[in-house]
Design a protein around this ligand. Structure first.
Ligand SMILES: Nc1ncnc2c1ncn2[C@@H]1O[C@H](COP(=O)(O)OP(=O)(O)O)[C@@H](O)[C@H]1O
Ligand SMILES: [Mg+2]
Length: 257
């Protein structure tokens, strides 16, 4: 069965249980938006799907196209077709963008050695097109990975990596934060394209701004480590009108739960 599915996932970070039995799925060709107030566990869920090791996962499963990947290390999950565009992309001092992007291309093609070797010069042509598409300056290839990039440039850089790897499932953690309105349009048009190609997208955001440019197929609300509602654009509308607090109240959920 195709789809990326999270089943009853519990995640502990240090002494805190951050996710308390989260279930959610993303189907091929679907944009599933995950919304929730600050600290509700959205990024933790994204990291847990990728298998970040600092987290303790005492319960639950992650199923990728029918295969249980719960115990797999991050790189294997990536090779199987999941990509996370992080909320706060890290800088990698000393590594040039050009080398880095060649390496991730090689890795995604299943190469295991000489990762920094350019195997096909046509990749450079593709790369220039993609750099233009995400709206980064062409000299970005000479710079160190994300070093000194503005917040918006880091987001565009994550998007560039996603386009190079072209995964089956794309997790985007607040791709709109720090982006100007042109950047938001760029993200939306790339998501539309990926959706049409049949890719599954988990779009994490706490604002509804993105939805002016691309409407999600479903919206789920994460609150205090639990999914408290799944629905359509009416949820976004409620959030805009009365905020998360108002939404939670309307859903009849005990805020201290
Ligand atoms: N490495 C960590 N150490 C301690 N607490 C953490 C860590 N990562 C996340 N948390 C806590 O888990 C909760 C959820 O965080 P996060 O998933 O980043 O929320 P969101 O992305 O929804 O804003 C927060 O209370 C946060 O402080
Ligand atoms: Mg977050």
């Amino acid at each position: 069965m195709r789809g990326l599915r999270v089943e009853n996932l519990h995640v502990r970070v240090g002494p805190n249980t951050v996710l308390q039995g989260v279930s959610l799925d993303v189907k091929p060709g679907e944009i599933h938006a995950l919304m929730g107030p600050n600290g509700s566990g959205k990024s933790t869920l994204a990291y847990a799907i990728m298998g970040r090791e600092i987290f303790d996962v005492p319960g639950g499963r992650i199923i990728l196209d029918g295969e249980d990947i719960t115990g797999l290390p991050t790189y294997e999950r990536a090779l199987k077709g999941i990509f996370l565009a992080m909320q706060e992309p890290p800088e990698i001092p000393g590594v040039r963008m050009s080398s880095f992007l060649i390496a991730i291309k090689n890795k995604s093609m299943g190469e295991t050695d000489d990762l920094f070797k350019l195997r096909d010069p046509r990749f450079l042509v593709q790369l220039r097109k993609l750099i233009n598409k995400v709206g980064l300056p062409s000299n970005v290839l000479q710079r160190e990975v994300n070093r000194g990039f503005s917040g918006g440039e880091k987001k565009r850089s994550e998007l560039l990596q996603a386009l190079i790897i072209d995964p089956k499932y794309l997790l985007l953690d607040e791709p709109d934060s720090g982006l100007d309105v042109d950047g938001v349009r760029t993200v939306a048009s790339i998501l539309r394209e990926k959706k049409e190609e049949g890719k599954g997208i988990l779009l994490i955001t706490h604002y509804t701004r993105m939805f002016n440019f691309i409407e999600p197929d479903r919206i789920s609300i994460l609150y205090k480590g639990r999914i408290v509602a799944t629905g359509g654009m009416e949820l976004a509308k409620t959030i805009d009108e009365v905020g998360y607090k108002g939404l939670i109240k309307r859903l009849g959920i005990n805020g201290e739960g």
